[in-house]
Design a protein around this ligand. Structure first.
Ligand code: UAG
Ligand code: ATP
Ligand code: API
Ligand code: MG
Length: 494
């Protein structure tokens, strides 16, 4: 494609060289540059892409898109200067791939917790309704039946457009994608055309990246600020920040609520939980009574958001609820592994204080005396990720110890941090009274085995934080590790 066509609608500050250069490949990574490439120099959190301009030219780049022109202008390469390279990259990527987001109905989901759950439920619901669909999620990307690995919750703009094009070519009519706060700030969604946006909730996370909670709110709101007038913006009316998200959006404002408040504050889509247990949820949604296979009150919010979205996309209410009641949750979300002697293992991706609290409260409410009158104990195994928000560490340990009978603090992707240093920060949140029921075992496998050794039949072992993940990330190496496999093996070796 001609460089001038690629730059359609991109505000330019300056250019040097031919705008008729033919670009065959886009990349923000100098290591991927080859003749025909447009290299986009992006300032990252570790290095500045501008320092690789020379390298990109020596590897044969056709053109460079940057925020600052290099001191030495390379010959035979076109230079394009813009104010915001990541944002320009979004529009360039959309131009390069022919605006695939306009060829499908693209719905984005943002919020601290529930993005994967809502996006996956939507994907499964719409397939059940007979559509070909796409999914961009933390667990995996999917082009209808074809599963592709996901490296991020939200892919970069180039990968996203490439995937969306493949989805459109495969006949997908609807695509459901997670929109992380990192993605909004890093402009990974710039240039995408959304048919709708959904807000789940916002609680403590990612303060390492955003600095303050206010900035984190602004990042999420940024998604709704970008929605076009033709889109819908569906928010959670029961979340304190639900209304804030829609303050400046051009999109049609819609909401959902499980609370019976006054008409002015209650949502457009209303639901009520009638019963919840290990069997699932019984709810009324818009006056229809339905059973769902998902466990936990928090999932009632996810289901209501999914229902509202499907209605806003024009589907029949009755048909939606019939299909949705058969939909199963995504992998690693409240996934149960039961031992032969009836110990209940639960693997859940709770890696924020709010998620951990929700899951533990759900488990507490599900507990009942068994036939012999035994009241099950809750044994929790939990850790906090390295090179991520450190301020959530003591809070998560405090929640785990408050809501469990025994707790084992352990590692969860220490990445480049010292695992014991992370664990010490977690221990700081454990009150002296709760310290007695808490142990620290750095090795996650040993921690799971110790939890299983403590358990009696009917007890519940919650292994939190990794869910679907199949690795433990230590010093940049991803070692095979799967909480569900580990639980099963621990049960067998008991
Ligand atoms: C903190 C963060 O978001 N980092 C993302 C960011 O990397 P970075 O800022 O560190 O990049 P950098 O290493 O400084 O490099 C800057 C630029 O120089 C380029 N470069 C670098 C080296 C070189 O030799 N040549 C070269 O051109 C890089 O390609 C890049 O364009 O840009 C990269 C390219 O898009 C991402 O892969 C990377 O995600 C890392 C792996 C990551 O872990 N991100 C997490 C925090 C994340 O994004 N998570 C959210 C979900 C969060 C949630 O909601 O729970 C997600 O959407 O996945
Ligand atoms: N609506 C919700 N409200 C609160 N907690 C939830 C909700 N939905 C799911 N959770 C909890 O949060 C965990 C993560 O859920 P999910 O994977 O759907 O979130 P996510 O927003 O995609 O997370 P990530 O930011 O890592 O992509 C679940 O395992 C569950 O414990
Ligand atoms: N999307 C989240 C995933 C956290 C999962 C947890 N297992 C961890 O490694 O901290 C993040 O990147 O912060
Ligand atoms: Mg997710």
């Amino acid at each position: 494609m001609l460089l001038s066509d690629l730059l359609y609608k991109v505000p330019l500050l300056a250019t040097a060289g031919s705008m008729n250069a033919e670009v065959t490949h886009l990349t923000m990574d100098s290591r991927q540059v080859a003749p025909g490439s447009l290299f986009i120099a992006v300032r990252g959190t570790v290095v500045d892409g501008h320092s690789f301009i020379q390298k990109a030219t020596s590897q044969g780049a056709t053109a460079i898109l940057c925020e600052e022109m290099p001191a030495e202008m390379p010959a035979d390469v076109t230079l394009v200067q813009v104010a915001n390279a990541p944002r320009a990259m979004g529009f360039v990527a959309a131009n390069f791939y022919g605006h695939p987001s306009k060829k499908i109905k693209l719905v984005g989901v943002t919020g601290t917790n529930g993005k994967t759950s809502v996006a996956t439920l939507l994907f499964r619901l719409f397939r059940g309704l007979g559509y070909r669909c796409g999914l961009l999620s933390t667990v995996q990307n999917q082009i209808d039946e074809t599963v592709l690995p996901a490296t991020h919750t939200t892919p970069d703009a180039i990968s996203a457009n490439e995937l969306l094009l493949k989805m459109a070519q495969a006949g997908c009519t609807h695509v459901f994608m997670e929109v992380s706060s990192h993605a909004v700030v890093q402009e990974r969604i710039a240039g995408l055309h959304f048919a709708g946006g959904i807000f789940t909730n916002i609680t403590h996370d990612h303060l390492d990246f955003h600095g303050t909670f206010d900035n984190y709110i602004k990042a999420k709101k940024g998604f709704f600020d970008q929605l076009p007038r033709s889109a819908f913006a569906l928010t959670n009316a029961d979340d304190k920040r639900g209304a804030v998200m829609l303050q400046n959006t051009l999109a049609r404002k819609e909401s959902y609520s499980l609370q019976t408040l006054s008409a002015s504050t209650a949502g457009t889509f209303k639901g009520k939980v009638l019963a919840d247990g290990l069997f699932g949820l019984e709810m009324t949604i818009d006056d229809r009574q339905v059973w769902f296979k998902l466990i936990g009150r928090f999932n009632a919010y996810n289901l209501l958001a999914v229902y509202g979205t499907a209605v806003l996309l024009g589907e029949d209410e009755e048909e939606i609820l019939t299909q949705l009641s058969a939909v199963t949750p995504p992998s690693g979300r409240f996934e149960q592994v039961i031992s032969d002697d009836k110990i209940v293992g639960i693997v859940d991706y709770a890696h924020t204080p709010d998620a951990l609290q929700n899951v533990l409260e759900t488990i507490q409410n599900l507990r009942q005396n068994n036939e012999e009158g035994y009241f099950p104990q809750i044994i929790t195994v939990v850790g906090c990720g390295g090179n991520r928000d450190a301020t959530k560490r003591p809070i998560m340990a405090q929640i785990a110890t408050k809501l469990s009978d025994r707790v084992i603090l352990t590692s969860d992707n220490p990445r480049f941090e010292d695992p014991m240093a992370i664990l010490e920060q977690m221990q700081a949140g454990v009150s002296p009274v709760n310290a007695r029921k808490t142990r620290t075992i750095e090795d996650r496998r040993e921690a799971i085995r110790a939890a299983v050794a403590l358990a009696k039949p009917y007890d519940i072992v919650l292994v939190a934080g990794k869910g679907h993940e199949t690795y433990q990330d230590i010093q940049g190496t991803k070692h095979n590790f799967d909480d569900r496999v580990e639980l099963r093996e621990a049960f067998q070796n008991r």
